[in-house]
Design a protein around this ligand. Structure first.
Ligand SMILES: O=P(O)(O)OC[C@H]1O[C@H](O)[C@H](O)[C@@H](O)[C@@H]1O
Length: 526
């Protein structure tokens, strides 16, 4: 039996607070620093590694973190989750996204069905559909092939799939598996849908309407927007649309769609990239085999998260170093900095995944907690970020832990040698330089040019961003967030904090307002 306890009731947490602080600038200089870079590294799946040499930890801190992992029963809690316990207490739901890519434990039977079998069946349905579209067996009314896929969805029904699509677009083109261009409509701002519609040939476009609940205002509004455009073009919308939703949603079993693919309430929107939510658009864009490879990478990384040895479990280690930085060192943000243009939307995806999961002030029993929880997440690909907000990261008054991601090779295989180095080498040189600059800083008599150092970072390194490494990367962060939620004793799988705004927006639209709501409505001419 697992016991759900607040972080501040754990003995090891008190011990962690009393552990001597590490002087990062000092430990990262000279040969000691070189040794740390070689040894403070955990293998991840698909040949990647999580390197934490430039984190403000030493063997002492790590030993106490290992005690914390045990005392907080992180491994047991993960097992409870994948064996089908009701982990999402707020909504009384199981949490089964790992099951979309593998079976980590017991068979999970819910609502009378084996859930792994259900997710695999939906993946097969998606694969068959995508293959038929690519083969020209499913076409528009004129019998012509679809060339473009447009996903309509928001939040978890947009960010993950969009980030994954962008991550693999160039890889697929290089490997001749690029089947259809994908576009995404998410914002209820009419300019979003209008711009996408203006950029495509609607007659040859297939729209994937994605909404788990089937009730999201933005998504249903954009569906109508698109249907209107199809009607104006003289096209039958039902021949151009498929739905991805839960079986209990109003969109299931509607004649408005060519077909529907299902996920269910046990997969949170922000954890749905490996379900049909990501499966439909990614299989249509790149082929089902590429989606399978992405799932295989995620499955392999999930297996590593089961390891109870903290120093062999990259997601758990990353999570607990994050808890140490947040709760003991008092750092309130984390920057996600991929040195990979293909990961340009990955930080945006992690923003939802992390902040919607762990941005909570009450524990899983609804009681206020007396410690800080989820950090603010932001990020941009390097090197662009260097020319933007790194000033504050290097010399600002807040210390922001940094999560770098880097690959030895680029995806397109095109590069030039200019002034003795390739662009890829320049990219990698920059991430190396940044990590050492942040950790070690630089002395200078001129305070304006002085760098204090002591700014912690970690890096996930891989050979190349491929479907497998992308899947492993996604799983790493999902599991990191899960372990942090366990440590903070939160329910990471509901999102009540998004409700109030939705309710008030409905009142504004119904002109049921007073006070500030009314005044702001007038200000914006509603
Ligand atoms: O997929 P849907 O039901 O349309 O939900 C889309 C999104 O909207 C909600 O407000 C939540 O904040 C997100 O977690 C969710 O991913």
């Amino acid at each position: 039996m697992v016991e759900w306890k607040n972080l501040d009731t754990l003995k090891s947490y008190q011990e962690l607070k009393d552990t001597a602080r590490v002087n990062l600038a000092e430990v990262m200089s000279g040969e000691n620093g070189a040794e740390r870079v070689k040894t403070y590294s955990v293998p991840m799946a698909e040949g990647m590694a999580y390197n934490y040499a430039a984190k403000a930890v030493d063997d002492n801190v790590l030993a106490v973190l290992a005690k914390l992992a045990k005392e907080a029963q992180l491994t047991e809690k993960f097992a409870a989750l994948y064996n089908g316990e009701v982990i999402n207490t707020g909504e009384k739901r199981l949490v089964l996204h790992q099951l979309t890519r593998g079976q980590l434990g017991d068979a999970v039977v819910a609502d009378g069905v084996d859930k792994r079998a259900f997710y695999v069946e939906q993946q097969k349905k998606v694969a068959e559909f995508a293959n038929k579209v690519h083969a020209g067996e499913i076409t528009n009314a004129a019998g012509e092939k679809f060339t473009t896929v447009v996903q309509i969805g928001i939040g978890g029904s947009d960010l993950g799939p969009r980030a994954m699509y962008l991550a693999l677009e160039n890889w697929a083109k290089k490997h001749d598996t690029f089947k259809m261009e994908a576009k995404f409509i998410s914002n209820v701002d009419p300019d979003d849908a209008a711009a996408v519609l203006a950029s495509i040939d609607v007659a040859h476009s297939l729209f994937v309407l994605v909404s788990k609940s089937g009730t999201t205002l933005e998504t249903l509004t954009n569906e109508s927007f698109v249907k209107d455009a199809l009607a104006k073009a003289g096209l039958d919308a039902s021949r151009h649309m498929v739905a991805v939703t839960s079986e209990t949603s109003p969109l299931a079993k509607s004649d408005d769609y060519l077909t529907a693919f299902f996920m269910d309430d046990y997969i949170g929107g922000r954890y749905s990239s490996t379900s049909a939510v990501g499966g439909a658009v990614l299989s249509l864009a790149f082929g089902p085999e590429v989606f399978d490879r992405f799932l295989a990478g995620a499955a392999a990384e999930d297996v590593l998260a089961k390891n109870e040895n903290l120093l062999e479990n990259p997601a758990m280690l990353d999570a607990l170093i994050g808890v140490y930085e947040r709760n003991v060192l008092g750092m309130g943000c984390t920057a996600v900095l991929p040195y990979s243009q293909a990961l340009s939307r990955f930080p945006a995806h992690l923003q939802q995944a992390d902040m919607e999961s762990n941005g909570k002030s009450v524990n899983r029993f609804g009681e206020p907690v007396d410690y800080v929880t989820g950090p603010v997440i932001f990020g941009e690909p390097g090197t662009n970020g260097q020319h933007s907000f790194y000033q504050l990261l290097h010399q600002g008054t807040d210390i922001v832990p940094l999560q770098f991601i880097g690959f030895k090779n680029n995806q397109c295989g095109v590069d030039v040698d200019i002034q003795g180095s390739t662009s890829q080498q320049k990219l990698c040189a920059n991430v190396v330089a940044q990590m050492v600059a942040f950790a070690c800083g630089k002395e200078d008599e001129n305070r304006n040019k002085y760098f204090a150092g002591g700014r912690p970072s970690s890096i996930i390194v891989g050979d190349q961003l491929t479907p497998e490494t992308l899947g492993a990367l996604l799983s790493h962060f999902e599991n990191k967030i899960m372990f942090q939620g366990f440590a903070w004793n939160l329910n990471s799988f509901d999102q009540e904090g998004v409700q109030l705004g939705k309710v008030l927006a409905k009142r504004v639209l119904a002109h049921d307002t007073d006070g500030a709501l009314k005044a702001y409505s007038e200000l914006l001419n509603i």
